[in-house]
Design a protein around this ligand. Sequence first.
Ligand SMILES: Cc1cc2nc3c(=O)[nH]c(=O)nc-3n(C[C@H](O)[C@H](O)[C@H](O)COP(=O)(O)O)c2cc1C
Length: 728
Amino acid sequence: MTISIWRLSHLILAISSSLFIILAALTGTILAFEPISNQLKPYAVKDAQSLSISKTLESLKTEYDEVIYLDIDKNDFISASVVTKQGESETFYIDPFTAKKTGDIIEKAPIFSFATNLHRSLFLKSTGRAIVGIVSFLLFLMAVTGIILIIKRQGSIKAFFAKTIKEDFNQYYHVILGKYTLIPIIIITITGVFLSLERFSLLPETKHKHVKTKTTTSTPSKITDSNIFNSLTLGDIKRIEFPFSNDIEDYFILKLHDKEVYVNQYNGKIVSEKSDGFITLATSWSLFLHTGEGSIIWSFVLLLTSISILFFVFSGFSMTLNRKRNAVNIKNKFNKDAAEYIILVGSETGSTFGFAKLLLNALIAEGKSVYISELNQYTTYKKATHLVVLTSTYGEGDPPVNAKYFEKLVQTTPQQNNLKYAVVGFGSLAYKGFCKYAILVDSMLQQHQKYMPCMTLHKINNQSFTEFKNWIDSWGKTKNLTLNVNEPPTNHNKKKLSSFKVVKRTTINSDNSFLLELQPIKKRAFRSGDLLSIIPKENEVPRQYSIGKIGKNILLSIKKHEFGICSNYLNDLKLNDMLPAAIEQNKDFHFPKSAKEVIMISNGTGIAPFLGMISDDNLKHSKNYLFWGGRTNESYKMYSKHIDDAFYNKRLSGVYLSFSQGESQKKYVQNALMEKEELLSRVLKNKGTIMICGSVAMQNGVLKTLENISKNKLNAPLNMNLIKTDCY
Ligand SMILES: Cc1cc2nc3c(=O)[nH]c(=O)nc-3n(C[C@H](O)[C@H](O)[C@H](O)COP(=O)(O)O)c2cc1C
């Protein structure tokens, strides 16, 4: 399985540093609370920043016998080290207006001391510090590769912050959090590396010396009258060190934000000054940006970023494990020049290989010689007569990673035989270019002299096994083959089953369909649009049905197929029988909370979730319309009471039925939509929601009709963000 260079680098970096990253992120999370808790203490004095230093010096002089230094920390807490009138040496926070003590210096809580040591050096002194510096750099590289991966996923730099399609919880939040925390991560890691280099004196600091300043003639009567003490405010300084003795050579040392100044203690004149070099300034900024000291908002950003890093480690590894689980180990029995059937796969995350393997096994079971490979491995095939391409689409309709060279290879590799081909696209309707790469492959092969289509392109949404099985059946028929494929066991096989009691059921109607109402034995949270996974006794493969929620019960609409194991199993159920099944959330098909207008489109038994939605008393915020297509008016009778009730209670504003075997003329849902194109274009224009449930064939027809309406009426492509589908 090919993996993109960026993803591989991202993964290798993660594997090599994850343990340290977890430690750094955990301790970082703890440490982010330190500046927050410090800032919340009451030692910052209002307006102190604009108070001139001379005022504070005077107050200090009156209040204490001697002052050693005055400090202003990042939280704007002012502390003084003094000798009191009682002769005690003390350091405490002061009010700079009165110089009176306001509190004792905050002692670092043991948890913060512990976390700081672990965070800085893993308790391994210099070795630990070096490791932390290196890990910081690795995390920086990971953030950079992460940004590249997001740009590739989103399609362009411009689309970096555009909507991300939710495919899977871990993948989605890895990307979403990544978008917003990669910049803080880059800041944290660069400053971390900088502080490590600084600590090991590896930075080329230019040494600035004290430069003597020229003295002026006037001498102030009091030291605090001097220009420098009057003109500077507490906001300008970080620390004042007081002269050690009365010696004229002992100065006030003022540490400002960008320089150090020596001031004569008798005349208040600047004796010399030294500018901070770039490295000193950068170190001070790095400390602030890395620790958040002095800013609650930035500390909060650091806190969220540290938590996100922990999530990245967790979600990143679970995605990798998932991919590993999905990875299909395929061994070829036949070589490329001996096989009659060639299967080529285009896949980014491995799921298409799973489908390809099903096809491979089914063909081998029929005694066929088959060779399977990736699209990037396209080559000559001496004995082949059939080519099947199964490919997914990535980015904005781009090829998956293992298909990047296919286009070129097809053009440059001569093929001896004429081959019949079929292309199956795996994609998602949530993206603009649904199966766009498969469409491209199909048209490439169409133009190729050696390839002849044996079936039109087939597109599969959301890895639907049912859709794939339908395709395999039809493709097999073109070769007079009966191909047997079984759905591979998925996670829902292992889901915990609950018991449901049959409380109502209808008899089978002229369409072989019936309604089943089930009562959960234990309280279960679910909504219309969720799925009920049923594992019929005779077979371990689960079958999913869309749920309509009626009160606290589940309503299913089922079509009985002659040889359908599950539908026959359900049809055999009688009142009060118990059914083991599992509810699965299907958030993407829940009724929208905020849409002003909602159009529900279904055919056949696809109406079930909508029957639940329109029975909900809370359905007052939107105007709702239902389109339904069935065979005859007789087919509709089973649902009519639910729909009449909703209409009567104003939960439905319009119902449009189409009958494919109607008395007067054949009519499909698509025809009804065209008749109501004004309504549809209005809902599309006003960003309402359109929900589709039923057969894939109906879904494809409906989407085509909606595309036409959008193009003709709104002059715009169909906005897929407004469409929710649940088709099978
Ligand atoms: C980042 C990303 C981009 C995608 N882009 C498209 C797209 O443009 N068109 C489409 O039909 N499907 C798109 N998909 C859906 C995948 O093609 C689909 O999930 C497919 O079944 C994945 O197969 P694979 O695991 O073999 O790569 C995208 C999925 C992801 C995660």
